[in-house]
Design a protein around this ligand. Structure first.
Ligand SMILES: Nc1ncnc2c1ncn2[C@@H]1O[C@H](COP(=O)(O)OP(=O)(O)OP(=O)(O)O)[C@@H](O)[C@H]1O
Ligand SMILES: [Mg+2]
Length: 306
């Protein structure tokens, strides 16, 4: 299965290009297109109503909009269940107090989105292509960065937890088992639920990172021939480089006879920074007309590179 992420600044045409690519690829492949953008437009583009469920558009093209609100709630509930179980010995602390404010914690939406991506990749293995239409740049880079950021954090937490266990062991050796509480607290690494949980987290995020950085994953960056779009694209290219994410195609979208010189300049500038294929898509009335399938007519060259 190949995984494509369409990214770029707000309004450059990510959803349109993702939809057009999905349509074209679906002529010869089984394709699922998933909108990760809370302001979904996938349903509008294909002229159907999507309600958070996967729905069939043709035999080979399925559409799905991820409901970020529901996903965030489910993510939080799952984490709360795991935390309550892992820290069940901390009955003296009122964990409910923490949980009630956790939903306001920064990063919850990014983690929830990442969970949505992971679930889709895991469960939809019968598709040849899974295409993600992403929200504007900022949020996209943040959730794509999460696996690596999380691995760094979890590594640190594992070190701290091991130190705690070592101290517990020392205390246990000195005092022997003298109170009920101490019999409940593990000092063996193999028995410790917190350490087990941290190690599982690390393995999960490493696996996801391997997929995101792997051969089957492609980030497509959409931009327009103007200076603001160029600047933001440069930042995004650097961000993707830092994260070692595979940017394999750039689409210069909404090119016209009037802005073709600007398009050439912008493309040259981008090429100087990153040696990667750039395809042009002209601003086209046909792309706006979603009747009779003309919306989806983009150059075959684009899909042949994916
Ligand atoms: N090549 C094109 N020719 C004509 N119109 C286009 C083209 N590409 C995009 N558009 C139009 O530009 C507008 C923005 O496109 P789109 O919604 O795909 O952008 P987006 O990057 O997904 O935006 P957002 O960041 O809000 O999700 C839409 O009205 C779309 O129809
Ligand atoms: Mg969009």
């Amino acid at each position: 299965m190949r995984i494509l992420f369409f990214t770029g600044k707000g309004g450059v045409g990510k959803s349109t290009m993702a939809a057009a690519t999905a349509w074209q690829l679906s002529k010869k492949n089984r394709v699922l297109i998933v909108s990760l953008d809370p302001a979904h437009s996938l349903g509008d583009i294909f002229g159907v109503t999507l309600k958070g469920r996967k729905s069939r558009f043709t035999d080979t093209l399925h559409l799905k909009e991820i409901d970020l609100h529901r996903l965030s709630k489910e993510y939080l509930q799952r984490e709360i269940n795991v935390l309550s179980f892992t820290y069940r010995y901390l009955q003296t602390l009122n964990l409910d107090n923490y949980f009630s404010v956790l939903k306001y914690s920064p990063g919850i939406e990014e983690y929830a989105l990442l969970t949505g991506i992971e679930e889709t990749i895991t469960n939809e293995g019968n598709f040849d292509y899974v295409i993600f239409d992403t929200p504007p740049t900022g949020l996209t880079l943040r959730f794509l960065a999460l696996p690596r950021v999380t691995i760094i954090w979890v590594d640190r937490l594992i070190q701290i937890r091991r130190k705690i266990l070592e101290k517990r062991y020392t205390i246990h050796r000195i005092r022997g088992i003298s109170s009920k509480e101490e019999t409940l607290l593990s000092y063996n690494e193999g028995d410790d639920d917190v350490l087990k949980r941290l190690r599982t987290l690390k393995e999960d995020y490493q696996a996801l990172n391997t997929i995101l950085q792997g051969e089957d994953c492609t980030v497509v960056l959409v931009f327009n021939p103007d200076i603001l779009s160029l600047k933001e694209s440069q930042r995004l290219i650097e961000g993707l480089n830092d994260l070692k994410l595979p940017l394999r195609l750039l689409i210069d979208n909404k090119v016209t006879e009037e802005n073709i010189e600007a398009a050439e300049r912008v493309e040259r500038d981008i090429r100087n920074r990153k040696d990667v294929a750039i395809e042009r898509v002209f601003l086209s009335k046909a792309l706006l007309d979603n009747k009779g399938g003309r919306l989806y007519d983009i150059p075959e060259d684009i899909t042949s590179k994916l």
